[in-house]
Design a protein around this ligand. Sequence first.
Ligand code: ZN
Length: 236
Amino acid sequence: MTRHTDPRRALVLFSGGQDSTACLAWALARYAHVETIGFDYGQRHLIELECRMDVRAALQAEFPLWGHRLGADHLIDLSVLGQISDTAMTDARAIELNAQGMPNTFVPGRNLLFFNFAAAIAYRRALSVLVGGMCETDFSGYPDCRDNTLRALQVAISLGLDAPMTLETPLMWLDKAQTWGLAEELGGDALIDLTVEYTHTCYLGDRSQRHEWGYGCGLCPACDLRRKGYDAWVRS
Ligand code: ZN
């Protein structure tokens, strides 16, 4: 790939899922130095946090240039979120849709919190680009994932830190099929295979069943979305 390298240093919000893995690859293809940040807020599926390290290791092993650019990982304990949420992610309830059609895994405004913590780390680490996998197109309608929300947050963070901080959301206008397409464009079959094998999506934390599109229960909303996206995308 002959793309010009952006000399800035980036921090990717990285959960070990398909979307944030595409974002990490996107950042590694662009920026001279890329670090990752993850948040442990008492998810039922701590397996997601384990997948983070597997994905990082696989990217380093299979993409030497990206491996050279990939820097530190930061795992932040946000278990405090468990005290202010009442959802399937933090207790044993089944995943349901509320009256607004949102899964009850919703933690109000959590992406605002994530970006603020990421910005504080970025400031300390001399990183000036924050990358997140938020998406308006086919996600569950979370208002803190919307483009206007994040543009406003970029301004607030840059003013509040008195340092320019750019928020990049490469998936904002992509659907799930196009996210597979982006991965293919960035890293070809190797990145597709890596995504299938190592990334995690399932709300229930199931990695016992392997499908063409990856591991998961196959039934929860996250698996459903991932399967539909994979089916709609055709490997070229
Ligand atoms: Zn599932």
